[in-house]
Each structure stands twice: as C-alpha cells, then as structure tokens.
Design a protein around this ligand. Structure first.
Ligand SMILES: [Zn+2]
Length: 544
C-alpha cells in the first residue's frame, strides 16, 4: 500500500515579497482583490505585507479584518527586534500584533556575514533577538513562522551557527522554520542535501523560500519538498525583486500533478490558469504566454508534421492534460502547416473541414500564400477564421469598401508643440455588392488609422448597432523587412474586444494605412460575426 504524500502548506507572498518587483505597484483595493483571488484558488496562507514598514500595508490589514476568507489564513510579516532593545519597546513588533492576523512571520539573520556586517552586532545577540521576538509573538497567541534569511549561504559559511539560529527560534515557540534562499543562487543538489540534513535534525516543520536568480526557484521548491519540507513559499506568476520568487503556480502544479500531493482544496487546480491571469491583470503586468502550465502558449504546438498525430493522441505531445490546470491545447497555424494542422485549427474554432479535403486543401493553399506575403495567423485567430469561412462560402457580407481618402495634417506654432489631426472619408456599400445602400462617412482622429476607424464605425453604426459594444484595445505595427526601409512590408495586428472577450486580426501591405485598414475591418467583421449581427438583407435594400 502506498502512503499518501504528506500535506504541504502553500504560503503565498505575492503581496509582500512579490510586490518588490519593478513595475508592480498595487493599491490597497488591488491587494484585497489579489488576496480574494488567491483565497479562491485555495492557497493556505496569504502574507499580506509588512505592517510596520508602510502605512499601505497597515491599511490592508485593517481592511482585511472585515473579510472572511473561505480557506486562507492571513500572515503579517516583520523583522525580529532591533539589537540591544526590548521586544516590548519595538514599534514594528507592536504593528505586527495590531494587524491581528492568526499567523506572524518573523525574519531573522542566519548568515554570520550578515550578523557581523549588516546587523553589526554579536552573534549571541542575534540569537537572542530571534528567541525574544518569537517568544513575544507566541506568548501573544500567534502562530509563528520563522524566516531564516540567507539560510543556504549561512549554512555554507557556518553550518553550526545557521542551525543554532533555527534551534533558538524552535525553542522559543516557532511553529515552522523557513529556509530562505534570499540571494537566489543555490542549486537543486545542494538544496536537496541541506533540506534533508535540517529536517533530520529538526522536530519542527521545515519550510522553504526560494528566489529565482539561478533560474532554479521552482526546481528547488519541488526538490525541497521531496527532501522533507512541509511548507513552500512563493509568489503568483513568479513575481518578486530581481529575477522573482518561486512561481507558486508552477510549484503547485508540479507537486499536485507529478508528485501526488494534495495542496489545494479538491477541484481547485482547474482554477490555476484563470487565477494567474486575473492576478496579472490586477498587477497591470503583461501575462507571459510562455509561462509553464498557465500561459496561453503553454500547450500550443506549431508542428505541421505532428498535427495529425496531435489530433489523434494529444497526450503524446504535452506533459500533462492542459485541462487539469484550466488551460487548453492550441494548434498554431504556420507556414509548416500541413492539411491536418489546418483541419485541427478549424476544429478548434468550431469549423469542421475534415469531411471536405478539397476545401481543406484550398484553405491550406491560401494560408501558405498569405504567410508568404507576410501574414501571421498564429496570433490572429480571428483573421484565420474569416479566411476559412470565406473559402467555405459561409461568411456573410455586412459591408464592402468602395474607397476611402485620408488627409493627414500637422501644424502648430514654429518651435512650439505640434498638433496632429487626420480626417478620413470612407465610402461603403452596405450588405455587399448587390445592395445599393451606399454610405459616405467622415471621421476625425489624432492619426490616419484613428480617423479611419472613426469613419468606419460612423458609417456602419446605424445598420449595425452591435458595433457600439465593440472597441479597439491594441494596435501593433511591425516592419517585416527593415532593409528595404520605407518600402518594406508592414504587418499590423489589431486586437478588438467586446464584453465577452477579445480577438486579434492581421493586415499586411507595403502601405501602413492599407495594412491597418485591413486589420481594422477584419476586426469589425469578426465582431459582427460574434455578435450574430444580421447582414443588411438584399430585399430590404431594394425596397428603399
Ligand atoms: Zn524573499
């Protein structure tokens, strides 16, 4: 009979250590939302911040008192007392108590170099600081987690002293002793050996906290658990200063899916991908497509040769089932695409080409020809779907372009701030070429593309009110052949959105306005398709 894997506590430090990341600045309201997302996922402990160090963190704990978390316990973080002072007189320890969290995490020195050079006190006084502070919190009824800062470097420098610091914290009532790789440079084989050594000696639960400076934070966390650690700290999406903290989401997925640990409440692992994205949105940081398990490319395959095999046996080409972490497999359309790749991609979009090899072949030819001209459909699903629908003759015509004219104007006082203004006139036929309804619309904008977008929307607004709910969220321009300078081919990617989601379209031309127009109109057409807009019917127009 196999024993169930031991319980491992998941301790999130996104709101404290993770927030040290450059460009990550959360308001108190954002911090509360991140905490709610982490609680929804089912982490055991949420470290809310350092109440003694800044008023924002103190306010977080004040507001968090009114929140009932469904699963997670809150921890407040702070340092041990100052050298030569009494715990009762230490304002920062007082602030920790005032946070009224069930868990208090105290950080103390375990590396002689830091005691001698940073703290500039005696090694005995450092141990007394750890013991006094832990005892003070334990006496106040708190569960105390002790973070041994720079533990691995301390272990290498003076194993005996590093272990003495842990023993002092344990004797004073610490409930968990956390070995911190604060500089993030320790490698997995050393971690395995040191964690095994410490867990053998300790009666108290051992935890770990890794930074990613040697690109080993997740590996170190996983191997530390194998070596006996019962508590793992990390941050959402690997946020943290320098190269980040251990990515908690990868650690959770590794341990649950590959080592049989039950870390999250039953059924919650499938919320992993959406939680990762939600927190990236709250942090206002770009979500990394290549992020293991949760990124949009984590299970994306661009392999024409393998596509038919992928469709037959998806498990042969991915290390876990993407559904287990709430992600999904994706087949990318690329130049290498074989027919089966196109069929698989179309199936993903809900279009069945498998029964029609002739049509599949036509679509493939068009994809190849378009990619040769500079189109990229990998990130432009919507343009690909339009191409398939057009080939299959199942794309309604909502409007056709008769022509447009754009005037670009730059003015302003000489030497002063210049003003840019563009005007576009767009001539459209509504409902396609057999329909006589003709619209001429004018748009103004800060640049030619903005003006065209305005004119297009104005021209279509009356016939297709669905457009009101569709807006542009991103516009990217890429010059494909820099050597040809201004005559180079331009690729424009436009991302549009409605209330339910977003989609990306692509346009290519040697003229930037033409490429933009193409991507813009594809974006609008796809939006109308999604919205189920009825094309202006021929008979209605004829009656006009
Ligand atoms: Zn840290």
């Amino acid at each position: 009979m196999t024993m169930p894997a031991p319980k491992v506590e998941i301790y999130d430090t996104t709101l404290r250590d993770g927030s040290q990341q450059v460009g990550l600045d959360l308001t108190v309201a954002d911090k509360l939302r991140v905490a709610a997302a982490l609680d929804g996922l089912g982490v055991d402990v949420i470290e809310g911040g350092w109440p003694g160090s800044n008023p924002k963190d103190a306010e977080f704990f004040e507001r968090a008192k009114k929140i009932d978390f469904s699963h997670a316990l809150l921890a407040a973080f702070g340092a041990t007392r100052l050298p030569g002072r009494k715990v009762e007189d230490d304002a920062s320890l007082r602030a920790l108590l005032d946070a009224e969290t069930p868990i208090v995490t105290l950080v103390g020195k375990s590396w002689t170099l830091h005691v001698d050079e940073a703290l500039r006190t005696t090694r005995a006084e450092n141990i007394a600081m750890v013991a006094d502070s832990v005892a003070f919190m334990a006496a106040a009824g708190r569960r105390v987690v002790f973070d041994a800062e720079h533990f691995f470097d301390g272990y290498f420098a003076d194993r005996g002293y590093a272990l003495d610091v842990l023993a002092a914290a344990a004797a004073a009532g610490a409930d968990t002793l956390v070995l911190c790789d604060t500089n993030g440079g320790t490698l997995p084989d050393d971690v395995a050996r040191i964690v095994a050594d410490v867990t053998d000696l300790s009666q108290t639960a051992i935890g770990v906290h890794f930074h990613n400076d040697a690109a080993c934070a997740v590996a170190n966390s996983v191997i530390a658990v194998a070596a006996g650690s019962q508590h793992v700290q990390g941050a959402a999406n690997g946020y943290g200063e320098r190269c980040g903290n251990a990515d908690l989401f990868s650690v959770i997925a590794d341990l649950e899916l590959k080592r049989g640990h039950e870390l999250l409440p039953p059924g919650r692992l499938t919320a992993l991908a959406s939680t990762a994205r939600t927190i990236a949105d709250l942090a206002n940081l770009p979500f990394e497509a290549r992020q293991p398990y949760v990124g949009s490319s984590a299970f994306a395959t661009k392999a024409g040769l393998h596509a038919s095999a992928i469709a037959r046996r998806p498990d042969a080409y991915s290390h876990v089932d993407p559904g287990t972490v709430g992600n999904k497999a994706q087949v990318l359309v690329s130049e290498l695409a074989g027919r089966s790749n196109v069929v698989a991609k179309a199936a993903e979009l809900g279009l069945d080409l498998s029964a029609d090899p002739v049509l599949a072949g036509q679509v493939l030819d068009q994809v190849k020809e378009a990619e040769h001209r500079g189109y990229a459909f990998e990130a432009a699903d919507a343009s690909f779907e339009l191409l398939v629908r057009k080939s299959a003759g199942v794309l309604p015509t909502w409007f056709e372009l008769e022509g447009y004219r754009v005037v670009i104007e730059r003015g302003g006082p000489p030497g002063g701030r210049s003003t840019d203004r563009s005007e576009a006139i767009v001539r459209l036929r509504l409902g396609g070429h057999e329909v006589t309804d003709r619209v001429v619309a004018v748009g103004e904008g800060v640049g030619p593309v903005h003006a065209l977008d305005q004119a297009l929307r104005r021209g279509l607004a009356e016939a297709y009110p669905e457009l009101a709910g569709i807006h542009l969220v991103d516009y990217k321009v890429r010059i494909l052949d820099g050597r040809a300078a201004t005559s180079a081919v331009t690729r424009v990617m436009v991302t549009s959105a409605d209330a339910a989601g977003e989609w990306t379209t692509v346009g290519v031309s040697d003229d930037i306005v033409t490429a933009s127009w193409e991507a813009l109109t594809d974006g609008v057409v796809f939006g109308l398709l999604r919205a189920g807009a009825e094309p202006l019917a021929e008979e209605i127009s004829e009656a006009v």
